[in-house]
Ligand binder design. Structure first.
Ligand code: FAD
Length: 427
């Protein structure tokens, strides 16, 4: 049947990024009738190219590890840190900590990767409607979400009905904006400015696909992420006052910052700047990175997954992992709620608490990273047995207890109070 011709479903998913595709795939695998409504035509350009090791587990559940292994994506075995004077740390090899195939992950081109995930959702039985924007949540007389109103690119109005809607609309935050649920994390207010190069230097052997984090003044940093076709994604993240202190010209800002880190300068030197693969804009891209949490993870008939639930500064490349894991767990919660015949908000509490616990571990490490008093090297030198805990957090093994780690980190850095867990409204 053509997608969207029968508008009654078990679940509706808003957005076909990693969170939406994961949720739709898992629901379809549970035998549920699910539709994904996506405003763009895939493949579409998206930032967020570096995966972390624990992404392996949701990808395995979705059934795409074989395709990842056959892909052309550079294999990522490690992350390394480069000081302001251009000296690289010893790479942090994940296999030294994790004896599992997950210890090798990938650097992906998000247009292709997201299309592969969306097609996988289709293959598993989900219906997918592209170039259709969700414009409104439909509610019944007691305010339970019972579907969505959408509009095709050609302006045709459509209505979809289902007992549950999963909002996976990313940082656009479909239900955040409408409900004023966005709670900012003001200390993580940064700007990212990035571009792409072809022909820049790649490190040899196992380090060819490594992520490099290279420092700038005031705890700013560059990412350097090797992609297929000899392309690298390279971006500077810093506070807005720092980046825009003497000009608003993106090229001038970017070049000024490249000149501040010898490693980045030398690696980019033989390369040629290009537009992002699959993008018609560029060659410079800019976004303000307000980290935030949603005040609620859902409501009666509504669940949030992925960036719409939380966006966290990308220094540890955790976004796609949390999006896939969130989509997977949200789908399980929705499946159980449908089976129980009760899609009220309280059914999504456990999901919200689990996600919040995992995200909070990563968030505390991100806050430590930006603290002027904190240095990862000094920390692991003082507390060698905690190196494993730090690594667990960085690779995404975040749904465990880190009390011991953060008690020690707290001696070096001011750690934030936990953000509200984002429990569901009305529960
Ligand atoms: P998205 O991938 O944004 O997908 C949401 C989808 O919803 C989009 O396709 C959109 O078109 C659609 N949509 C939105 N509104 C509607 C609507 N009303 N109707 C229909 N469709 C709609 N993460 C990493 O893992 N590694 C990194 O290295 C990394 N680097 C980053 C660097 C920067 C500068 C930034 C800003 C983010 C980075 N991230 C990174 C984070 C990563 O991009 C996100 O966490 C990830 O894309 C979240 O997936 P998602 O499915 O929640 O949202």
């Amino acid at each position: 049947m053509k997608a969207g011709t029968n508008h009654r479903y078990d679940a509706i998913v808003v957005g076909g990024g990693p969170a939406g595709s994961a949720a739709a795939t898992v629901l379809a695998m549970h035998g549920r009738r699910v539709v994904v409504i996506e405003k763009e035509k895939f493949p579409r350009y998206h930032i967020g190219e570096s995966l972390i090791p624990y992404t392996y587990f949701p990808l395995k559940r979705l059934g795409v590890i074989g395709r990842m292994r056959k892909s052309v994506y550079p294999k990522k075995y490690s992350v390394q840190f480069v000081s302001m004077d251009g000296l690289a740390s010893h790479p942090f090899y994940f296999f030294q900590h994790l004896d599992h195939p997950a210890s090798q992950t990938w650097q992906v081109v998000r247009g292709d990767f997201d299309l592969m995930l969306l097609n996988n959702a289709r293959d598993k039985g989900a219906e997918v409607l592209e170039e259709t924007r969700v414009v409104e949540l439909l509610r019944d007389s007691v305010n339970t979400v019972i579907g969505v109103r959408a509009e095709t690119k050609k302006g045709r109005a459509l209505e979809f009905h289902a007992p549950v809607t999963i909002d996976a609309s990313g940082r656009e935050g479909f239900s955040l904006a409408r409900n004023r649920w966005r709670v900012p994390d003001p200390k993580l207010d940064r700007v990212a400015l990035w571009t792409y190069y072809r022909g820049a230097v790649r490190d040899p052997g196992k380090d060819e696909g490594a992520t490099t984090i290279a420092f700038l003044p005031d705890k700013g940093w560059f990412w350097y992420i090797p992609l297929p076709d000899d392309v690298v994604s390279v971006g500077a993240v810093a506070q807005s006052d720092y980046l825009f202190r003497d000009t608003r010209k993106l090229e001038a800002i970017f070049e000024r910052e490249v000149g501040r880190n010898k490693w980045i300068e030398q690696h980019l030197a033989p390369g040629k700047r290009i537009r992002a693969p699959g993008s018609s804009d560029g060659p410079f891209y800019l976004t303000r990175e307000w980290s935030y949490r949603s005040r609620h993870c859902g409501a009666d008939g509504l669940v949030l997954a992925g960036d719409v639930l939380t966006f966290l500064d990308p220094v540890f490349s955790s976004g796609v992992f949390f999006a896939l894991k969130g989509g997977e767990l949200a789908a399980d919660a929705v499946h159980a709620a449908l089976a129980a015949g009760d899609v009220s908000a309280r059914r999504f509490r456990e999901y919200g608490e689990t996600m919040s616990r995992g995200i909070e571990s990563m968030r505390r490490l991100v806050h430590a990273f930006y603290d002027p008093e904190f240095s990862m090297r000094q920390f692991v030198t003082r507390y060698p047995p905690l190196r494993g805990d730090v690594t667990d957090c960085i690779i995404g093994n975040v749904f465990r207890d880190f009390t011991r780690l953060f008690k020690a980190v707290g001696e070096f850095a001011r750690l934030p109070a936990a953000m509200p867990c984002g429990g569901p409204l009305n529960s």
